[in-house]
Design a protein. Sequence first.
Length: 153
Amino acid sequence: MSRQQLVIIGNGMAPGRMLEHLFEAQGDFDVTIFNAEPRVNVSLSLTELDWRFIGTIDDIPRQAARCVENDETKIAVFRTADDRIFALEDKCPHKNGPLSQGIVHGGCVTCPRHNWVISLETGTAQGAAEGRTAAFPVRLDGRDIYLQLHPGA
Ligand code: FES
């Protein structure tokens, strides 16, 4: 999805209130707010605001995962042996096995149910298996982990 420019010019709402409304419109926007009060002029990206702090890398043992719940969706956040972080829906594309309980090796996780190997980066089944689980954007800022609660493309 291409980024869209959204400009709001002093409509009387406080910026925080405007952003609450904008959060409901999911998408990749650049938002610029020109308010009547000069000190509250801001330029920001909704995509940037969508990152949620979920804990630190030290909360997840190497080659393991911890889960984050978002409404009906359980998201497994994995830490590899070399301290990379990935996030997948905790549902194997084969028969919904709990990937968070699988074995992490390299950039993949092996499902504990029937040993399908799933790419941590894309959620795609490897080898002859076919299927894909949702992958979520996740990033490290120092040791802090930030997650987006909407799957990536
Ligand atoms: S449920 Fe994961 S391999 Fe079957």
